[in-house]
Write a protein that binds this ligand. Structure first.
Ligand SMILES: O=C(O)CCC(=O)C(=O)O
Ligand SMILES: [Fe+2]
Length: 219
């Protein structure tokens, strides 16, 4: 199968928020789906976190590097065990993603990428509008999508509502948001079942990996 979008030009959705369609090639997509399966079978598995008001997230999530649950990071799993290590290959992908989106990699003083959240969406899962604000570093968030496409709603830094732009994120797409868009509200109002990328090895559902710099010291 060909990759019609492979090598497509970056599209700026808002200042500092850049969508690069078809950034991952077929082999990278397969490799990442494979790795997500291994990460998901780790000690913490994929969890549907409970929200502070008692609801349960429809998205299942695994953490690498630091353990995230609403709304903070910790160095250990809830049972006290160590958090699975942050895979260096995700750090390298994040730097390459920033360069693909902005035309230059992060500067020499940038905080290192050290945490990744792996999200799995079944056909009914969605994610409400939120800010990624639990990190203490200003580095851009680097997002990779695999499997079914989704509607990704990218908004503004002030409110959960309009103005926002709906972007379709497909398997292999890169989305980077930093600078003036780092604190923009964003969410996934729906996925598009059966729109996916069976050749990646994911025959149903959507995976999203966000790679972030926590800005926190490990010890
Ligand atoms: O699934 C996505 O594309 C976005 C995920 C997200 O916003 C998050 O994990 O904070
Ligand atoms: Fe987010």
């Amino acid at each position: 199968m060909t990759d019609p979008l492979f090598g497509a030009a970056p599209v700026e959705i808002a200042p500092g928020a850049v969508h690069v369609p078809g950034w991952l090639d077929a082999e990278q997509r397969r490799d990442l789906v494979d790795r997500c399966r291994r990460w998901a079978s780790g000690p913490a598995g994929m969890r549907h976190h409970t929200m502070p008001r008692g609801g349960t997230m429809s998205v299942a999530m695994a953490s690498l590097g630091w353990y995230w649950r609403p709304y903070r990071y910790s160095r250990t799993l809830p049972g006290g065990g160590p958090v699975p290590e942050f895979p260096p290959m995700l750090g390298a992908l994040a730097l390459a993603g920033v360069e693909a989106a902005y035309g230059a990699p992060p500067g020499p003083g940038a905080a290192p990428y050290d945490v990744a959240l792996v999200n799995f969406y079944d056909a009914d899962a969605r994610m409400g509008m939120h800010q990624d604000r639990d990190e203490q570093a200003a580095e851009p968030v680097v997002s990779l999508s695999l499997g079914d496409a989704c509607v990704f709603r990218f908004g503004n830094t002030e409110t959960r509502g309009r103005p926002y732009t709906d972007v379709e994120l497909r398997s292999g797409d890169l989305f980077v948001f930093g600078g003036p868009s780092r604190m923009a509200y964003h969410g996934v109002p729906r996925t598009l079942p059966d729109s996916g990328d069976p050749a990646s090895g994911l025959t149903a559902g959507r995976l999203n990996i966000t790679i972030r710099a926590s800005g926190m010291a490990a010890d």
